[in-house]
Design a binder for this molecule. Sequence first.
Ligand SMILES: [Zn+2]
Length: 84
Amino acid sequence: MTRLSPEQKLKFIEQGRVFGYPRCCCEAFLLRFDMPVAELMAEPPRKLHGTGFVPCLECNKKSEEELCSIIKENRVHPTPFPHA
Ligand SMILES: [Zn+2]
């Protein structure tokens, strides 16, 4: 993983907002860039795998239906979620 500059992080959060991803999840995802690989490997599998969205541990407890409706409600981006 590459370390991100503060500008890249801000851009990432903004992009996440456009996609309708909860801010807590975007911030948790950014922290993953600074995490050791061993720690990442030890993490539980996340919901909605393969959609481009990685929920934070707290949101990962919600059902995929619940997460999808949160994202759809907040989404500004024209492409509907999940774009598989
Ligand atoms: Zn979250």
